[in-house]
Design a binder for this molecule. Structure first.
Ligand code: GDP
Length: 368
């Protein structure tokens, strides 16, 4: 029997029969060691977005595989889209497997914010979702912040068992695994084959297996696509504007009623009624925010120079879906999944939020 060769980028089994299926490479490259499938090759070399061909069912099957084994689960979340990066019902799917939660992208939050405060907030959010982890680590994998704690906790909690890294697409699973590979290669990143990481959701296609040296393995799982995130409603070329790569600078507006704020051309926040309110905005620094009168807001959509980005397939603001909220007196965040959030002190204001149909809008306890 010929040995199965896997793409070192996404873990898919290499094949040359069907160009539309995962793991495809042209025939003459198929038998080389360290091969990248065509999809990963293109993503790596040309930064092309390749849509993830895996279905929700495939993702559930992967979770089932994890649930069937006595293992340690590393559940990765993204602090920039904490709600959107949660896997709904994960505690039910994984049947109380031992779980370490790693919350990634600490670097996008203000440095001045105390870690203890953020972790307490995360604890409350996870409790609400029914998730009971052994520990929570707030890290920035890309910047190697708290990585010794992450490696230490994995070693401590795995107790000689296999480790599975799970999470929605884009939380940083592949970046974490690459750092693990780097660790095992004792800092030599020239010889280690690097798995595909990218700003495009859905990079890893099958379980990627990395030996831990004692007969056990760490597995990178394909990200579960959360179709409610804004990333799925913008043009490929605009993804770089919405995903923050550095600390997000807070922008504050003193907003009067009947004023609106555009976030690029992707979201419109209407302050319908209420007393003057300070509105804190937390979005990628590369996104333009634009204040206008509520009555003029509709006409502004499509003025590309003013708003910078339009949502895919939306020509007028009427084609967006809107959500109405009547706030009480709590301080809250109004989260636009995958895009960022507004934060304001509730004082019985009425607000309306317009987003492309399908993008989730959440009200939650304020994070900052
Ligand atoms: P995966 O889909 O979960 O495997 O995610 P990737 O590892 O491919 O990462 C998705 C995106 O998040 C890439 O653009 C990474 O560069 C970025 N990313 C990963 N870790 C961090 C981090 O610590 N901070 C920030 N700001 N971005 C990160």
């Amino acid at each position: 029997m010929t040995k199965e060769i896997r793409c070192y980028g996404c873990g898919a089994v290499i094949q040359s029969e069907n160009v539309k299926k995962i793991g495809y490479v042209p025939k003459n490259s198929a038998d080389k060691a360290n091969v990248l499938c065509q999809r990963c090759f293109r993503m790596k070399n040309y930064h092309e977005l390749q849509k993830s061909p895996l279905s929700a069912d495939d993702f559930l099957k992967t979770l089932q595989k994890v649930a069937d084994e006595d293992c340690l689960v590393v559940y990765m979340l993204d602090i920039f889209d904490f709600n959107g990066s949660q896997i709904p019902g994960i505690h039910r799917h994984l049947m109380n497997r031992d779980m370490l939660v790693v919350v990634n992208k600490r670097d996008v939050l203000p440095k001045s914010l105390k870690t203890g405060r953020i972790v307490s907030w995360i604890q409350r959010q996870l409790k609400e979702a029914g998730v009971k982890p052994l520990d929570i680590i707030l890290a920035s994998v890309k910047n190697k912040f708290q990585m010794d704690d992450v490696f230490g906790a994995i070693e401590h909690f795995r107790k000689g068992r296999n480790v599975y890294v799970v999470g929605t697409t884009n939380v940083g699973k592949s970046t974490l695994i690459n750092q693990l590979i780097y660790q095992f290669n004792e800092g030599d990143n020239t010889s280690a084959p690097f798995i595909t990481t990218s700003e495009f959701p859905g990079t890893t296609l099958d379980l990627i297996e990395i030996p831990l040296g004692d007969g056990t393995f760490i597995y990178d799982s394909p990200g579960i696509v959360n179709s409610h995130q804004m990333t799925h409603y913008v043009k490929e070329k605009d993804l770089k504007f919405i995903l923050p790569s550095a600390e997000v600078k807070q922008i504050v507006y003193q907003l009067n009623e009947k004023q609106s704020i555009y976030v690029g051309g992707l979201c419109l926040f209407d302050f319908v009624s209420g007393d003057k309110t300070a509105l804190m905005c937390y979005f990628s620094n590369r996104l333009k925010l634009h204040r206008c009168k509520l009555e003029n807001a509709d006409g502004l959509y499509n003025r590309h120079q003013t708003l910078q980005i339009e949502a895919e397939n939306i020509e007028t603001i009427d084609q967006m879906k809107h959500y109405d909220f009547h706030l009480d007196t709590k301080r809250v965040d109004v989260v636009i999944s995958g895009l960022g959030w507004f934060s304001l002190q509730g004082n019985h204001q009425k607000i309306r939020v317009h987003v492309p149909d399908g993008v989730a809008v959440y009200i939650r306890e304020n994070l900052i």
